[in-house]
Each structure stands twice: as structure tokens, then as C-alpha cells.
Ligand binder design. Structure first.
Ligand code: ADP
Ligand code: MG
Length: 226
């Protein structure tokens, strides 16, 4: 019976997540439909709608992608990887977006930073989301520092931004599905990060001060028994 309840509970959680997903996808679909109807009736200039429609489609795509990572049971395809190289590729990926916002990104790594057993694709998604969040928190520009350090038995990747920070009410809600303070956010990014880092037996910790900035620490163990 206990087992039954545990399963029922799990189903309930999945059902709630699915309901949230349906809701989050229906919103941009409704707006896409509305724009198409207006365009079909020939009542308006089409050009100005293209940007909005494209960004709504991108949003649906991000929601589905992040949701798939969260829902996927962990299958280890972990290998020894050079985390600093992965980090640098993510910085390169987001450099243009950072520059557009007058943000400079500096990366430092300890000498002899070891190889870490992890899934490159998944860790990359974590770094992309944390770095994107940092950029999005700094509309007036500034510096983002990334530090890769070797600790005892683990490594730590630290992301320090000079953004708006996270308030005390917001703090406990981080990582909750669909919790976002952004107009175009999915609110699934951090949940995805927690899932991936959890699968790697690592940890995420966050330190933040309002209008000063936020520091995200990603710790990954140097063992590989996951
Ligand atoms: P999204 O980026 O789509 O909003 P996330 O799950 O990645 O979803 O983040 C959830 C929320 O956490 C964000 O909307 C934001 O309010 C807050 N947040 C995350 N990272 C930062 C940061 N570096 N600085 C300030 N707020 C942050
Ligand atoms: Mg995000």
C-alpha cells in the first residue's frame, strides 16, 4: 500500500508538471493563432508581427527542450571531460549576447584543473542557463567572472554577476517549475540545472545580494560512481 501511495504521489507530481507545461505552451500558441488570424483578415501590417511570432515559437521550443531534459530518466553517458574547455565554448556561444548588453565575461581556472567525469551535453546546458541568467540579470552591463577551482575531492565552477540579485521572497522559489520573473522566461532552466547536477551527484549553491549581484556555485565530485 505504501508503495502504491508513493507511486500515486509521483504520478500526481508528474500530472501537475504536465498541466503546467500545457498551460505554458498554450499561451504562446494562443498568441500565435491571434496573429495569424489578424494577418489572414488582411487587417494589419504583417512585418511587425513576424518578430513576435518568431519569439513565441522560440519560447515553445525552449520550454519543450528544457522539459525533456527534466523528464528524462538519467542514463549515464558520462566521460572524462575538460570542463574548462566546455566552459570556454559556452562563453564563446554567449559572448555576442553579452557584448550587446555591455557585459564583459572573464574566465579563470586553477592550474592543473583535472578532467571531470560528466556528460558534456548536459553540463553544457547547465553552464548555458546559468550564464544566460547572469547576462539577463545585468541589463545595464558590467562584469561576469567565472572561476574554475579545484577543491578536495571535487571541483567548483563559480559564476559571479553584478546583476539585480535575488530577493528573499524569490529565493525559495528558485528551481520551482515555471517560476520566472522574466517576460520571456520559461522558468524551467534552474529546475533543469538541479536535475542534471543532481544526476551527477553534485551540488548547486546560490548566494545573492539585491542590486549587488549573484554568485552561483556548481560543485561536481571527482569520483565517477553515478
Ligand atoms: P528563466 O531564466 O526562464 O526565468 P530559470 O529557471 O533559469 O528561468 O530562472 C528562474 C528565475 O531565477 C529567473 O526568472 C530569475 O528571477 C531568477 N534568477 C536566476 N538566476 C539569476 C541571476 N543570476 N540573477 C538574478 N536572478 C536570477
Ligand atoms: Mg534561465
Amino acid at each position: 500500500l505504501e508503495d502504491f501511495y508513493r507511486k500515486a504521489d509521483k504520478l500526481n507530481a508528474v500530472g501537475q508538471l504536465a498541466a503546467g507545461l500545457a498551460h505554458e505552451i498554450r499561451n504562446p500558441l494562443t498568441s500565435l493563432r491571434g496573429f495569424l488570424q489578424i494577418m489572414q483578415s488582411g487587417r494589419a501590417e504583417k512585418a511587425e508581427y513576424y518578430d513576435i511570432m518568431l519569439s513565441e515559437i522560440d519560447r515553445i521550443n525552449s520550454i519543450v527542450n528544457e522539459f525533456l531534459v527534466i523528464a528524462k530518466p538519467y542514463q549515464s553517458n558520462a566521460q572524462k571531460n575538460d570542463l574548462v574547455r566546455i566552459l570556454q565554448s559556452v562563453v564563446t556561444l554567449l559572448e555576442a549576447q553579452a557584448a550587446l548588453n555591455n557585459i564583459n565575461i572573464a574566465t579563470e581556472a586553477d592550474d592543473d584543473f583535472p578532467q571531470v567525469v560528466c556528460s558534456e551535453m548536459e553540463i553544457k546546458q547547465v553552464f548555458v542557463n546559468i550564464l544566460k541568467n547572469a547576462i539577463e540579470a545585468m541589463p545595464r552591463g558590467g562584469d561576469i567572472r567565472i572561476q574554475a577551482s579545484v577543491l578536495q575531492g571535487s571541483v567548483r565552477i563559480r559564476f559571479i554577476d553584478q546583476g539585480e540579485g535575488i530577493s528573499e521572497e524569490q529565493f525559495p522559489r528558485l528551481g520551482e517549475p515555471f517560476y520566472t520573473t522574466k517576460e520571456k522566461g520559461t522558468g524551467l532552466g534552474l529546475m533543469m540545472c538541479y536535475k542534471i547536477i543532481g544526476d551527477h551527484k553534485g551540488e548547486i549553491s546560490i548566494d545573492s545580494a539585491l542590486s549587488k549581484g549573484t554568485t552561483f556555485d556548481i560543485m561536481l565530485p571527482l569520483t565517477s560512481d553515478f
